[in-house]
Design a protein around this ligand. Structure first.
Ligand code: SAM
Ligand code: FES
Length: 352
């Protein structure tokens, strides 16, 4: 097998890796050199700035039944909530007040929010000068087009896994091809497209994780949100483990940075659920974005995809300043700009 140092040197120089090389990196018992290389590439291509995005989780109603997800429709113990359009716009206004330049609107697949209603919400938020990221699940091309016309800038839809058989087993009544179709449509409509994987799913292999990364490179995505799977007690996967998921997700994220050096990669909240320093370690292994929660009160707790979600008792304002302090503690800076894909290199070129 080719030595780890050679694989890392190749990745750093060419931003390409063969599937076997990705598998070798994912299997490293000690991945410190991988994390360090990803950190160097991150610094070169996206700098030391960390972009903050305000996350609004506006509804936990969902028509889908993903086996891993705490808000799946069959979880009758989940307390459901749905914010009104006015409440969503109000939260966006507050997010702007905390200095965020992007809000991320996320929900289950909730039919109450018709495409027209959603487009109207986007239009109102765009008037505040914010960038809008949507994460509403699978929609038709026409619906995506409507949100885009209303001003939506980005769309986040994890493929979860590129293993079609595994996907369709864990996401019953859903089609992997349709999910992939969504990503193609979003790209064609001019969105900044985010995708990503859920790492540690039962039955997921290193081969399929390597395929995930090559799939993101092929699209190519503008953002990649990679997070560990954390079993929820009220789902069919309740008895699964979290062993090794944090380290594996960190490796996936680091390799993603090597393959797509200038994209936006969030340090996901789920990382910090599994490790007290999770987001900082992610930021030191390739990540450059954090998405603090700006949802308020009870809904903040009720959007429970997995147990142990962090900061549910904090206020959005506290989170904003807490995360900024953490970011600065590792020598990085908070950047309150739109943080579009490629922004850092573009600004650097203009400075010259
Ligand atoms: N409905 C939208 C969608 O399907 O993209 C957005 C909401 S969905 C809950 C957001 C993400 O939560 C999913 O893409 C999935 O990766 C993640 N997620 C769901 N259950 C999880 C779990 N048990 N552990 C960690 N992440 C989970
Ligand atoms: Fe729909 Fe999780 S099953 S958001």
């Amino acid at each position: 097998m080719v030595a780890e140092t050679e694989i890392l040197a190749k990745a750093k120089a060419t931003h390409t890796l063969a599937k076997e090389e990705i598998i070798a990196l994912l299997s490293l018992p000690d991945a410190r050199a991988l994390f360090q290389t990803a950190d160097e590439v991150r610094r070169q291509f996206v700098g030391d700035e960390v972009y903050l995005r305000g996350l609004i989780e506006f509804s936990n109603y969902c028509k889908n039944d993903c086996m891993y997800c705490g808000i799946r429709r069959s979880n009758l113990q989940a307390k459901r909530y749905r914010l009104s359009p006015q409440e969503i716009v109000k939260l966006a206004e507050k997010a702007a007040g905390y200095g965020y330049k992007t809000v991320v609107l996320q929900s289950g697949e909730d039919g109450w929010f018709s495409a027209d209603k959603m487009a109207d919400i986007v239009r109102q938020i765009k008037k505040m000068g914010l960038a809008v990221t949507l994460s509403l699940g699978e929609k038709t091309r026409e619906e995506y087009a409507l949100y885009r016309q209303a001003g939506a800038d980005r769309y986040l839809l994890r493929i979860e896994t590129t293993d079609k058989v595994l996907y369709e087993k864990l996401d019953p009544q859903m089609s992997w091809l349709n999910r992939a179709r969504c990503l193609t449509d979003l790209k064609a409509l001019g969105y900044e497209v985010g995708s990503g994987s859920l790492v540690g799913l039962p039955g997921q292999t290193a081969e399929s994780l390597a395929d995930d990364l090559l799939f993101f490179k092929q699209i190519p995505v503008d953002m990649a949100g990679i997070g560990p799977f954390i079993p929820h007690p009220h789902t069919p996967l309740a008895n699964e483990t979290t062993n090794g998921h944090f380290e594996l997700a960190l490796k996936m994220m680091a390799i993603m940075r090597l393959l797509l050096p200038d994209i936006n990669i969030p340090a996901t909240t789920a990382m910090e659920t599994l490790h007290p320093q999770g987001r900082l370690l992610a930021l030191q292994s390739g990540a450059n974005v954090v998405m603090p929660n700006v949802t308020e009160g009870e809904p903040r707790k009720m959007y429970e995809l997995y147990p142990g979600k962090i900061c549910t008792s904090d206020t959005p304002e506290k989170c904003r300043y807490c995360i900024a302090g953490k970011i600065e503690s590792i020598g990085r800076t908070v950047q309150m700009s739109y943080g579009f894909h490629g922004e850092y290199l573009k600004n650097k070129a203009q400075e010259k």
